[in-house]
Design a protein around this ligand. Structure first.
Ligand code: C2O
Ligand code: CU
Ligand code: CU
Length: 547
């Protein structure tokens, strides 16, 4: 389906001028004579033609994932309207959106047409963009409308991604299939001579359970495709009395985060990749709603990590296993030259005690005498590498892979703010509050370009219940200064990589994690939240304002 078909489907026309034909909302810099409705105010903005223009849409589709019935998914589709054709690569036969490959410093315009039966908006996870391009839930827009994003790629080379961000509907929309990779290239990385694109395996890791009809199982699936069922079903802050048709089991599953009983990689079950013996680069995204993986190779070889959320580390680090929380990325290089033709090794998620990630669902489920579905910490197969052929290209990684750049050095005089991660009355809270669409408190207000230290404190409730929360901050990569507290024998701690720039940090039960962040120069209202998407939807999210 190309863009014209999508527009036809939406009852729209691709013929200019479009402004009169349907609502065009958003962004800072829109074409000449095109009316933009920002904050409800029509205006015409001077056009500086970006070199690259992409069209994305989100549409329902049927894909064949398992033998038998097709699975109904929601999917991003896209095409290059103007500029480099290699800026967009369609994903394979599954549900993922196209992979966007952008360059640092490049100006890009992305038109996003909503073909879903409910409001949506795209967020570019990890990118430092103007407020109007960040995909805040207050910019979510309905079916048949197009939103124009316009920004310059400021980020370093790295593995980023995009996904929807509507209020209370992010979990179900991502679960239904809406997600895609966004890779940024820059010169610093190109100079390293890392294994080239053809020896690079880019993997989106997601867990899903299927029902008997091969459909993705999500606790509110009855409302899926039929608009924002979440509101009526379990309205945030309503307490248990207002839970409606969802019921206790569904609520428990949401509080725990929705887990699947099998892993799909790039949307494919039992993912197997033919790889040449030699050096391979593996770029991983945990695009799961709630599951934290403890990734390890089946033959026990160490994981060599060269990058994280915000691009290359200063130096490569090695781990026996790698802890990857929802939203996080990892960049690895692995020497597979010892493997012979036909050899197979598997990447697995190793078992860990469920209470290392969180026991809330289990305890609540047990208390109420019902099963809470798949548990955290289950051993799962992730992918299989099937050795085919050999490449003898040598890899000489320099001692120093990258310079962290400005904002990295410790700022001892930075103001310190304590942010409690806690469980309130059947809801998760952030700094003692839950999400308000426009609400922001004085301690959530920071100056553009200022540096702050936030202490993320994971506070168990009086019954000792706590969950690991991957805390994500929009707009800027930050630095982890240190961790303290928590369970001394945590099965996940040793696999955490805190060495580089990151935008999502896992705070284990009982832990305090200190981060240092130099806020963006772009003023406006941005988000920070737990990246367990059900926690986010339940309100474990807040605004911060950059002034
Ligand atoms: Cu990847 Cu606000 O999220
Ligand atoms: Cu984000
Ligand atoms: Cu959480």
């Amino acid at each position: 389906m190309d863009r014209r078909d999508v527009l036809k489907l939406l009852g729209l026309s691709a013929v200019a001028p479009m402004a009169g034909r349907f609502g065009l909302v958003g962004c800072s810099e829109v074409g000449p004579g095109v009316q933009s409705l920002q904050d409800g105010v029509p205006r015409t903005v001077q056009q500086l033609a970006p070199g690259l223009e992409l069209a994305l849409s989100a549409v329902p589709e049927e894909v064949s994932l398992l033998p038998g019935e097709a699975t109904s998914v929601w999917r991003f589709r896209g095409e290059v309207v103007r500029g480099r054709l290699d800026a967009l690569r369609a994903a394979g036969e599954s549900y993922l959106g196209p992979t966007l490959r952008l360059r640092r410093g490049e100006r890009v315009r992305i038109r996003f047409a909503n073909g879903l039966p409910e409001p949506s908006v795209i967020h570019w996870h990890g990118l430092d963009v103007p407020e109007s391009a960040d995909g805040h839930p207050r910019f979510a827009f309905p079916t048949g409308v197009e939103y124009v994003y316009d920004f310059t790629v400021a980020n370093r080379s790295g593995t980023y991604w995009y996904h929807p961000h509507p209020d209370m509907r992010t979990g179900p929309q991502v679960h239904r299939g809406l997600a895609g990779l966004l890779l940024v290239d820059d010169e610093e990385e190109a100079a390293l001579g890392l294994p080239a694109a053809e020896s690079e395996l880019v993997c989106v890791i997601q867990d899903r359970s299927f029902d008997e009809a091969n459909q993705f199982a999500y606790p509110e699936s009855a409302g899926m495709g039929g608009g924002p069922a979440g509101r009526g079903g379990m309205g945030r802050g309503r307490g248990m009395g207002g839970m409606g048709p969802m019921g206790m089991a569904g609520m428990t599953e949401l509080m725990n985060g929705v887990l699947g009983d099998r892993v799909l990689v790039n949307g494919v079950p039992n993912f197997t990749a033919p790889v040449e013996a030699g050096w391979v680069r593996l770029r991983l995204l945990n695009g799961s709603n709630a599951r934290t993986y403890k990734l390890g190779w089946s033959d026990g070889r160490p994981m060599t990590v060269i990058g994280g959320d915000g691009g290359l580390l200063e130096r490569a680090v090695s781990r026996d296993f790698l802890t990857l929380a929802p939203g996080q990325r990892a960049d690895l290089v692995q020497d597979l030259s010892d493997l012979s033709e036909g050899a197979r090794i598997r990447l697995r998620s190793l078992a860990y005690p469920p209470e290392d990630a969180g026991n809330v669902g289990m305890m609540m489920g047990a208390t109420m005498g019902m099963s809470a579905g798949p548990a955290h910490g289950a051993a799962l197969d992730v992918l299989t590498i099937d050795v085919r052929g050999r490449n003898t290209r040598p890899l000489r990684l320099p001692e120093r892979l990258s310079e962290p750049g400005p904002g990295w050095d410790a700022a001892p005089s930075a103001p310190v703010r304590r942010v409690a991660l806690a469980m309130g009355q059947m809801q998760w809270t952030l700094g003692g509050r839950t999400f308000e669409l426009e609400g922001v408190s004085p301690e959530e207000t920071v100056e553009a370009g200022s540096t702050h230290v936030w202490e993320l404190v994971n506070v168990p409730n009086p019954m000792g219940m706590a969950m690991a929360h991957p805390i994500h901050i929009h707009g800027r990569q930050f630095r982890v200064l240190g961790r303290s507290g928590g369970m001394p024998d945590s099965g996940l701690r040793a696999g955490i990589v805190d060495e580089g720039w990151t935008d999502t940090v896992l705070v284990l039960p009982g832990e305090t994690v200190r981060i240092q962040i130099r806020f963006s120069e772009h003023p406006g209202l941005y988000l920070y939240h737990c990246h367990i998407l059900e926690h986010e939807d339940l309100g474990m999210m807040r605004n911060f304002r950059i002034v």
